[in-house]
Ligand binder design. Structure first.
Ligand code: PLP
Length: 419
């Protein structure tokens, strides 16, 4: 074990400020990174790794893109926090809300967790109800109201049992389970919160009609439909993924990409719901929210994303990776599932013929192929997701050569795994 890891673990629980970084689920020591540029991470020994994690998703432009770094430096020289209105904040809010009609107003926070938390509070205030329906396998941050339904863990987890009881669970891609949940809690559910594309149980796409069913059920039941686009916002298109999926939520939570790699979240949606904040009926605020440093990084990032052909090029790279994985898989006669949309991808170790619709489908996969692939690719100089159910990302800096090499090595390693 590297001395820095021991040192980190002495002072910081598990050695890191967010638990997955400890790499416990892949049985490998975490990298200790000194700097990062383009598609590369450089560790403290100067060893270079090609990144497919990109900070769990925000870094769609790769590491330290010049325009973003320059914008941050320029802003830092001119003040990092004003504690009053600033034009950068207004500008970024205008740019984000301009991407979808349903984003009538928006507020910034400092994390995706805060963004979702704020949408749920608003939904409760708007409806006068308390319960929240969410989906097994979704992740919406670390606050009590959106934790998992595992009750044994709950007893000693520090979570508030009352908040946990407010949770109502349904299955992703299963509108009938949503109908049942509403029938069992009539008039109690304030909101349905969903990742429109599920990115925390590997990568699972919504089936045709599922999101439209959620829209229809929420309208009928008077519940607020919330899309958690913390990962998908600006990842697949210039704006929320709802623009591609054809269903409009009432509220949307953003994070990650819109802050250009600095701490960020945002939530927005229907003016008649968002205005509850204006009246100070619903408390929501933050010392560092909408700070000019993050706003500058976000604006510079959106400038790059708005360039013609940006998302087409990312799609080309994603498709290249998918084709390469398929080609090598066929050559080796392996049977596993590779899911991809745009620049998000995941390996799921279930047969291609097996359904991948709900959390249980993903949870059924064997762990060892991923561990084998992770360890082998680390040795070969790649940095992958530290958990089998985290998706990975292609960035604007990922080269075609990297994608070809990664696919060949990944499949060759999988061929050596007994599972
Ligand atoms: N929502 C989704 C879909 C996420 O993937 C995450 C984090 O990965 C969050 C919310 C929480 O965001 P943050 O880690 O910025 O608090």
């Amino acid at each position: 074990m590297r001395p820095e890891i021991k040192r980190a673990q002495h002072t910081i629980p598990v050695g890191a400020s967010s638990p997955l970084r400890a790499c416990r689920n892949v049985g490998t020591d975490p990298l200790v990174v000194a700097e990062a540029h383009g598609q590369y991470l450089h560790d403290v020994d100067g060893t270079r790794y090609i990144d497919f994690m990109y900070g769990f998703g925000p870094l769609i432009l790769g590491h330290a893109p010049e325009a973003v770094s320059t914008a941050i430096a320029r802003q830092a020289a001119n003040g990092t926090l004003f504690g009053t209105y600033c034009t950068q904040e207004i500008e970024l809010a205008e740019r984000i809300t301009a991407t979808a009609d349903h984003l009538e107003q928006l507020r910034f926070v400092c994390s995706g967790t805060e963004a979702v938390m704020s949408t749920l509070r608003l939904a409760r205030a708007y409806t006068g109800r308390t319960r929240v329906l969410r989906f097994n396998g979704g992740y919406h941050g670390h606050f009590d109201l959106v934790q998992n339904k595992d009750e044994t863990r709950m007893r000693d987890s520090g979570l508030d049992p009352a908040a946990m009881r407010s949770n109502v669970f349904a299955e992703y891609n299963d509108a009938a389970s949503v109908e049942r949940a509403f029938a069992e809690s009539p008039g109690e559910i304030a909101a349905v919160v969903v990742e429109p594309i599920a990115c925390n149980m590997s990568l699972v796409m919504p089936e045709e009609g599922f999101l439209a069913d959620l829209r229809r059920i929420c309208d009928r039941e008077g519940a607020v439909l919330i899309f958690d686009e913390v990962i998908t916002g600006f990842r697949l298109t210039y704006g929320p993924a709802s623009n591609l999926l054809g269903v409009s939520p009432d509220l949307t939570a953003f994070g990650k990409i819109i802050g250009g790699g600095t701490p960020v979240g945002a939530f927005g949606g229907r003016r008649d719901i968002m205005r509850l904040l204006d009246e100070e009926r619903v408390l929501q605020g933050g010392t560092l929210s909408g700070n000019p440093l993050t706003m500058a990084a976000g604006l510079a990032t959106l400038d790059a994303l708005a360039q013609p052909g940006f998302y087409e090029e990312l799609e080309r790279k994603g498709a290249l990776l998918e084709a390469a994985v398929e080609r090598h898989r066929a050559a080796k006669g392996l049977d596993f599932t590779f899911t991809r949309t745009g620049s998000i991808f995941a390996f799921i170790f279930v047969p291609q013929a097996a359904p991948v619709r709900v959390k249980a489908d993903v949870a059924a996969q064997a762990q060892s192929p991923y561990t084998t692939m992770y360890a082998g690719l680390r040795t070969a100089g790649y940095h992958l997701a530290p958990d089998i159910e985290e998706p990975m990302y292609v960035s604007a800096e990922t080269t075609d050569e990297t994608l070809e090499d990664f696919a060949a090595r990944a499949v060759a390693l999988l061929a050596t795994d007994p599972n």
